[in-house]
Design a protein around this ligand. Structure first.
Ligand code: HEM
Ligand code: HEM
Length: 167
């Protein structure tokens, strides 16, 4: 049972923003692995100019998986601050659902990528591609929600992911 807390810990805040940087890298620098994947599918070796970016994609993706598991562990053991008391129940549920979806995608993405890459399963690469779009959509809604909380509802939700609780 998670303890009652009023803010995110230093580790939770740091992990949130580190994962953001890693995920942004995955979306901005996937050319290498796409080239390598196309080469693999047509029986060609990975082109040398794509090898570094390919390894970085696999490395950063694996790191995202490990950090997502660590975040879920912290979430379950330490807990997360409750939503603002005056927040409509529907908004609370929507925010929780989007967080849950993002966590699920941060696990499913590296796994589908690994099955495609290490076992050569083309269908898994397709799933990986669909999941990248789902993650982009979820992140867009998530950022919209954070900005809505800050500028429209004027709650402390955005600030608590910027300044950790002292504990
Ligand atoms: C959270 C982690 C990850 C994210 C956000 C991510 C994101 C992406 C993106 C945006 C693409 C380009 C998709 C497109 O064609 O539009 C891609 C392609 C690919 N990724 Fe990942 N990736 C992650 C983890 C991994 C891991 C760990 C592996 C392998 C061990 C991997 C293997 C691949 C492969 C093989 C492709 C090429 C698939 C294709 O072109 O159809 N990915 N990834
Ligand atoms: C500019 C971009 C982003 C902003 C402004 C932002 C803001 C926030 C804020 C304010 C919270 C706290 C919500 C609350 O306490 O109810 C939060 C939580 C969360 N964010 Fe983000 N976020 C951003 C990007 C991302 C990205 C890229 C990801 C994932 C790849 C992500 C995943 C999460 C998750 C899973 C939580 C739930 C944390 C928990 O309670 O376990 N966020 N975010």
């Amino acid at each position: 049972m998670a303890a009652k807390v009023t803010g995110y810990s230093r580790a939770q805040v740091a992990l949130h923003w580190i994962v953001l940087v890693l995920v942004a890298f995955q979306f901005l620098a996937h050319d290498g692995i796409e080239k390598a994947w196309r080469g693999f599918r047509s029986g060609q070796p990975t082109p040398t100019d794509a090898a570094v970016l390919t390894n970085m994609h696999i490395g950063a993706g694996t790191l995202v998986l490990m950090l997502a598991l660590l975040r879920i562990y912290l979430r379950l053991t330490r807990g997360a601050p409750p939503p603002p008391a005056d927040e409509p129940r529907l908004l609370q549920l929507a925010a929780e659902a989007v967080h849950l979806l993002i966590y699920a995608l941060l696990i499913a993405l590296p796994l589908s990528g690994a099955v495609a890459w290490f076992a050569g399963v083309a269908a898994s690469a397709k799933v990986h591609e669909w999941l990248t779009n789902a993650l982009l959509g979820a992140i867009a809604v998530h950022i919209g929600g954070a900005l809505f909380q800050h500028f429209v509802r004027r709650s402390d939700v955005l600030m608590r992911m910027l300044s950790p609780q002292r504990d």
